[in-house]
Design a protein around this ligand. Structure first.
Ligand SMILES: NC(=O)c1ccc[n+]([C@@H]2O[C@H](COP(=O)([O-])OP(=O)(O)OC[C@H]3O[C@@H](n4cnc5c(N)ncnc54)[C@H](OP(=O)(O)O)[C@@H]3O)[C@@H](O)[C@H]2O)c1
Length: 385
């Protein structure tokens, strides 16, 4: 019998997906790719299929699948679920962007797969449903996001009852020191020039507005079961301390490394082992000094919006995430200015009225509603500019 762990990678052509395959390529004896799922980038997926020889390939659109020679290709939402539930997959790396990851993750948990979770929307929108579902089935959700991985590693075996605070660090993004008046004028290229991390476009813009940290706040609440008032955000421009846990005795434990997503990705695959990795080693002597400062909620209102949406619960986090998604896409397309991203998200949240208890159907309905509302506000902002 094979000693290799079967891995299914959802979102293999994206930033996290590519780095996951790089980690796997460094450990050929240990891991085998059993399924690859991607969106539209057929050219890269084709290369990945040739190199990793998965049993199953899934694409968001049939046209992308038609460009790949493979005996088993599935398309659309069903394809993503087939990849997430592939019988030979022991670990499912969820690295698709957006809301498409929610149901495949749920189905992967239902079939007992260990989840290595990069996708934020799954926990932001459906943490209330997904986290207890996984716990009831004894399924582990291993965080891939560097901040949550740092908290997970810092927690070790300590029970959450011993936690006084979680301290999530934020790089502060490219506009950490930009005055508010200038934020109105910043360009897409400036927003995409992240000072410490190389990531996909959506998450990079979210880092510039600090919405990314707001989404991570909601994720941390659900992943670790810590109430919102006990989760603090601290800006740390060097991105060396990836997050900290403060315990009841006032001791703080942190995880440090040079910023490289392959490290948390690998730990989610090799847990509980810290295996050799291709990542460069940190020298604190070379770095010299680390800095910390409070976030500025006046210049970065997205962080406040996310905290309020998280505390309000129900479908508010879905609305936050969906409205932000539409607004960020509009900013990237040059349709709205940078500051309008948080303004539009705030307006959609203010109009939202949750209906009934939280279900996957309610999440889908709130998502569709928020996208329509946000799109209308984008169109209005375009007309008035
Ligand atoms: N990048 C980071 O460092 C980082 C860190 C922490 C968390 N995250 C989170 O991880 C997730 C992925 O981020 P990323 O930066 O890797 O994004 P990305 O570079 O935009 O990649 C997204 C991936 O998802 C695929 N995809 C999108 N919609 C799909 C669908 N409906 N069906 C199948 N595949 C689909 C894309 O396929 P195509 O490209 O082929 O269309 C691509 O492979 C996000 O939720 C992000 O917030 C990212």
């Amino acid at each position: 019998m094979s000693q290799q762990t079967g891995i299914s990678v959802l979102g293999s052509t994206g930033s996290i997906g590519r780095q996951t395959l790089d980690v796997i390529a460094h450990h050929p004896d240990r891991f085998r790719v059993v399924a690859l799922a991607a969106g539209r980038n057929a050219a890269l997926l084709k290369e990945q299929v040739q190199r990793f020889q998965p049993d199953l390939v899934a694409t968001a659109e049939e046209s992308a699948g038609n460009q790949i020679a493979h005996p088993r290709i599935e398309a659309g939402a069903a394809g993503l679920i087939a990849a997430a539930t592939h019988p030979a997959a022991e670990i499912v790396v969820v690295a698709t962007s957006g809301h498409a990851a929610i149901m495949p993750t749920y189905r992967a948990i239902a079939t007992g797969k260990t989840i290595a979770l990069a996708n934020k929307e799954t926990i932001v929108c459906a943490g209330e449903l997904i986290v207890p579902f996984a716990a009831a089935r004894g399924v582990q959700i291993r965080p891939v996001d560097s901040e949550h991985s740092a908290i997970w590693q810092s927690l070790g075996r300590s029970p959450v009852s011993e936690v006084a605070r979680l301290i999530l660090t934020a790089s502060g993004g490219p506009f950490r020191q930009t005055p508010r008046a200038q934020l109105a004028e910043v360009t897409v290229a400036q927003a995409l020039a992240h000072p410490t991390w190389a990531m996909g476009g959506k998450v990079t813009v979210d880092s510039a507005t600090l919405m990314n940290k707001g989404l991570e706040l909601i994720e941390a609440h659900w992943l670790f079961g810590v109430p919102y008032p006990q989760i603090e955000i601290v800006v740390h421009p060097e991105s060396i301390v990836h997050s900290l846990v403060e315990f009841a005795d006032a001791s703080q434990i942190a995880q440090l490394s040079l910023p490289d997503m392959r490290l948390p990705i690998q730990y989610a695959l090799t847990y509980p082992e810290h295996a050799p990795s291709p990542c460069r080693r940190l020298s604190l002597v070379e770095i010299g000094a680390l800095h910390f400062e409070p976030p500025d909620l006046e210049r970065f209102p997205a962080l406040r919006l996310a905290r309020e949406a998280g505390e309000a619960g129900r479908t508010y986090p879905t609305v936050l995430s969906a409205a932000d998604d539409v607004a960020v896409a509009a900013f990237l397309a040059g349709r709205i200015p940078f500051l309008a991203i948080a303004e539009i998200t705030a307006d959609v949240l203010a109009r939202h009225q949750p209906q009934g208890p939280l279900t996957f159907e309610a999440i889908a309905a709130a998502d569709a509603w928020a996208r329509r509302e946000a799109e209308e506000l984008v169109a209005r902002a375009e007309c008035s500019s």
